[in-house]
Design a protein. Structure first.
Length: 162
């Protein structure tokens, strides 16, 4: 079976996520998304948007907000790698994503991403802005796509978009 990247609409990606994602609802919006097909049907999607963490939202950084497959081998790593190539082609300099700490990140490693650190994890609910948490609130691992610079992998400096 050969996998190929295919375009996908936001509505189609959201429907796939509703059917297949283990612990998240579809994102509210996106900058772009991609799908992977086995030639007969969509077997995975990735959605990319602005970083959820305000400190990372500098105009040069994007975040993979959802990655979801039906379990097809290599689909997730293909999507992560393609999302980063597309973001770089649009001029972005950094891409991040998060996984639950119990997820090993095998597909991210295969796509050339690096684990940076673990977040504390906490609720979005605040006295000043009450919310109902709809996703896991525990610690997460922050991953970064590693850019190819001069033939070697080097960490990109944070820059502020002007």
């Amino acid at each position: 079976m050969s996998l190929e990247l295919v375009p996908i609409t936001f509505a189609e990606a959201c429907r796939f996520i509703v059917q297949h994602h283990r612990h998240h609802l579809p994102p509210v919006g996106w900058k772009f998304g991609l799908a992977v097909s086995d030639g007969e049907r969509i077997v995975g999607v990735v959605t990319v948007g602005r970083p959820v963490a305000r400190a990372l939202d500098n105009g040069w950084t994007l975040e993979v907000t959802r990655s979801c497959t039906d379990g097809t081998h290599n689909a997730a790593s293909m999507l992560y790698a393609a999302a980063w190539r597309a973001a770089r082609a649009m001029g972005y300099r950094r891409m991040v994503t998060y996984t639950l700490v119990e997820e090993p990140g095998t597909c991210l490693k295969a796509a050339g991403w690096k684990a940076l650190y673990q977040t504390r994890g906490e609720t979005w609910n605040r006295p000043s802005r009450p919310r109902v948490d709809k996703a896991p609130t525990g610690p997460k691992t922050l991953w970064e796509a590693l850019p190819q610079i001069g033939g070697g992998l080097e960490r990109m400096e944070e820059k502020t978009h002007e």
